[in-house]
Design a protein. Structure first.
Lengths: 114, 112
């Protein structure tokens, strides 16, 4: 069966520090991969998605970036965090599809910026 | 652009009753509409998917309807239980792309 792992579960970082969040998927190949951010009481905001190794689509201009160095690995990074980067970050995967397949989410990373 | 509206107010119902949650969208009718459950501090979990040519979909105590004329989906939980308490999110495909749009969710609380 397929599983998705996200780490760390919680992270407290000072303003201006770098960030690296990692997500890996097991049990499937060539998945679509997604990074979302969820602010308190808000919906899921799509940040990046990838349909293949090295292929990254950015949805929101910001100081975050994403990379997909391997088929089942998705990394969210920042060189300098802002206070506004606080939030709940979720990684998800789906079978290669255009909306007709469910998304499977990790348990998220709670990021607090001080 | 497409927007999804879900009732942001919490819904409180008594155990055993049917809970009905609403998802309205504003623009084009999506080819697919999905419902997810999210517990506090956890990622959303997929529940049901309904296609635009389907009027209704069922899974155990869950039922989803899809009315493209009203631009609305209803999500029903029959014989609700306290364990059904969670936030329920509606999601749409974005025009045949690889992207999904999520609503803000409705928090359901089932009272024992």
């Amino acid at each position: 069966s397929q599983t998705i792992h996200q780490w760390p579960a919680t992270l407290v970082q000072p303003v201006g520090s770098p960030l690296s969040l990692e997500c890996t998927v097991e049990g499937t190949s060539n998945p679509n991969l997604y990074w979302y951010r969820q602010a308190a009481g808000r919906g899921l905001q799509l940040l990046f998605y990838s349909v293949g190794i090295g292929q990254i689509s950015s949805e929101v201009p910001q100081n975050l970036s994403a990379s997909r160095p391997q088929d089942r690995q998705f990394i969210l990074s920042s060189k300098k965090l802002l206070l506004s980067d606080s939030g709940f970050y979720l990684c998800a995967w789906s079978v290669d599809s255009r909306g007709n397949q469910p998304q499977h989410f990790g348990d998220g990373t709670r990021l607090s910026i001080l | 652009s497409q927007k999804i509206e879900q009732n942001s107010e919490a819904l409180n119902i008594q155990e055993g009753k049917t809970a009905t949650l609403t998802c309205n969208y504003t623009n084009y009718s999506p080819a697919y509409l999905q419902w997810y459950r999210q517990d506090p501090g956890r990622g959303p979990v997929f529940l049901l998917l309904i296609r635009e040519n389907e009027k209704e979909k069922r899974k155990e105590r869950l039922k989803v309807t899809f009315d493209t004329t009203l631009k609305q989906s209803l999500f029903h939980i029959t014989a609700s239980q306290p364990a059904d308490s969670a936030t329920y999110l509606c999601a749409l495909d974005e025009g045949g792309t690889y992207k999904y749009i999520f609503g803000t969710g409705t928090r359901l609380k089932v009272l024992a």
